[in-house]
Design a protein around this ligand. Structure first.
Ligand SMILES: [Zn+2]
Length: 73
């Protein structure tokens, strides 16, 4: 897909304090766009076109992240 990212994502090493949440920001993209998530713990950011998947401190993929991932084709 074409690179429509308006800016680089923050990428920090995630630690045991990671808590992911949607930022409310949406980037232009297919199927209604790319929801942007960020981590309250380390400040990393994620959209579903990234090769990796965020995991909370508990070791689980946050439900909102899983739902966004499921939209990917
Ligand atoms: Zn983190």
């Amino acid at each position: 897909m074409p690179d429509t990212s308006p800016r680089p994502l923050e990428a920090q090493p995630c630690q045991s304090v990671c808590v992911w949440q949607p930022t409310g920001e949406t980037w232009p993209g297919p199927d209604g766009g790319l929801r942007v998530f960020d981590c309250l713990g380390c400040g990393s950011e994620w959209v579903r076109t990234e090769a990796w998947t965020p995991i909370d401190a508990g070791g689980a993929v946050p439900q909102a992240v899983a739902q966004e991932r499921a939209r990917e084709r």
